[in-house]
Design a protein around this ligand. Structure first.
Ligand SMILES: Cc1cc2nc3c(=O)[nH]c(=O)nc-3n(C[C@H](O)[C@H](O)[C@H](O)COP(=O)(O)O)c2cc1C
Length: 401
């Protein structure tokens, strides 16, 4: 029975039905209630940065070398000392368990099977130990300080014991961004215990019976299994927005985090060359040029646009990753040409997860990987290690800083 269901899911995301990430997005929209789809798809305020992240890739154009034989393309890269099959990491995506039963385990498993790394959000519905059991690839744990320092320390200990090999500290979430779609869809009311306030928003769940049945079979509204409040247990979903108000990470926090975690630290949420240098100064092994996929401060510059500034300012001292707006393998190539060692993707795989669970995530990875090989061949470049600025044209004002 389970095999049949998996086969069905795999078929639902096969070509020619699903050829690209936008097809996965549409499939997710069909399966998910509006409140869940918009949680993935939406951004902060006017969604300017969300759009700009994608648009920035259109401003960079390729300079191919034609009539060059590239029989096999080498996509392997080493990130934080681990070899990845593709320069791709699945970014932390909170509440993945709302998108699909045991969502974080499904995504980690698909990443491991593809030979890439998976970053688990603090705000996940699956226990980090179960996620570790589900994957044979490198795992990173993303840290928010919701629940306070003791709570974070206990998650750090558990992550270490479970074999997570890097800690991702997200620094762009001083408060939750203003995601207006969530408010309009009644996310707050649906999470509250009050039946009367839920009622106007319940129909969007009822019209998605497949999602609803799977959600209920998976235990209904999850708790945050890795935010265990001393004396209280796992944090309730409804408490998270208030908890984020008191969870800002500061550069000083990096000192005690460094003491508690001796393996590599990745600072996620770098928007400027100045902060990139601070990341080097606090001893990070890598940073992610990221604006949280346009979900936090709206009107910040798209990540691709500031990548050259960040790469120049760290001078090769730490590894530079980028996320935001990646929907095609050619987008990955452009980021690598501008100096990123690898990229993270959030929505590209979350759409796949929402559409079809693990097979949907696997399909997202396959789409990006196949695009990447094709793009390299069309560029006349045999390996990602050879990619550099000479393969792209960049608007002149991007390089001014
Ligand atoms: C639904 C959703 C939930 C997210 N949750 C988290 C999170 O819990 N922690 C975090 O550091 N970033 C989170 N992010 C941001 C991603 O890690 C990543 O920075 C972003 O998705 C990259 O942009 P992209 O979606 O265009 O690829 C989330 C993103 C999405 C779409």
């Amino acid at each position: 029975m389970f095999r049949f269901a998996q086969h069905d899911k795999t078929r639902s995301v096969e070509p020619p039905r699903v050829l690209n990430v936008e097809d996965l997005r549409r499939a997710a929209k069909r399966r998910l209630p509006r409140v869940v789809f918009d949680y993935i798809d939406g951004g902060a305020e006017d969604e300017r940065t969300l759009r700009a992240n994608c648009h920035a890739f259109e401003e960079v154009t390729f300079r191919p070398r034609c009539a060059v034989a590239t029989p096999a393309c080498d996509l392997r890269v080493s990130v934080l000392g681990k070899s990845l099959s593709t320069p791709l990491i699945l970014a932390p995506v909170g509440s993945s368990r709302l998108m699909y039963p045991r969502g974080e385990e499904a995504a980690a498993s698909a990443a491991g099977a593809a030979g890439i790394a998976y970053a688990l959000s603090t705000l996940s519905g699956c226990r980090l130990e179960d996620v570790a059991d589900a994957s044979k690839g490198p795992l990173w744990y993303q840290l928010y300080l919701v629940g306070g320092r003791d709570c974070a320390l206990s998650a750090i200990e558990r992550a270490k014991a479970a074999g997570f090999s890097a800690l991702v500290v997200t620094i762009d979430t001083a408060v939750a961004g203003m995601r207006e779609r969530d408010l309009r869809n009644g996310a707050k009311e649906l999470l509250s215990g009050n039946l009367g306030s839920k009622l106007p928003f319940v129909s969007q769940l009822l019209i998605k019976p497949h999602w609803l049945a799977a959600f209920l079979a998976d235990g209904g509204l999850m708790k945050f299994q890795n935010v265990v409040i001393p004396g209280k247990g796992p944090m309730l979903y409804a408490d998270v927005t208030a908890a984020l108000e008191h969870a800002a990470v500061t550069w000083d926090d990096l000192n005690w985090i460094r003491q508690a975690w001796s393996l590599p630290i990745v600072i996620k949420g770098i928007h400027t060359g100045d902060d990139a240098r601070r990341a080097v100064d606090v001893g990070a092994s890598a940073l992610v040029v990221s604006n949280h996929g346009g979900r936090q401060l709206d009107s910040v510059a798209p990540t691709l646009r500031i990548l050259p500034e960040v790469v120049a300012s760290v001078g090769g001292h730490i590894e530079v990753l980028l996320d935001g707006g990646i929907r095609r393998g050619s987008d990955i190539v452009k980021a690598l040409c501008l100096g990123a060692r690898a990229v993270m993707v959030g929505r590209a795989y979350a759409y796949g997860l929402g559409a079809a669970g693990g097979p949907g995530v696997a399909r997202a990875i396959e789409i990006l990987r196949t695009d990447l090989v094709r793009t390299l061949k069309l560029l006349g470049c045999a390996s990602i290690a050879e990619l550099d600025r000479s393969y792209v044209d960049v608007p002149a004002d991007w390089l001014g800083k």
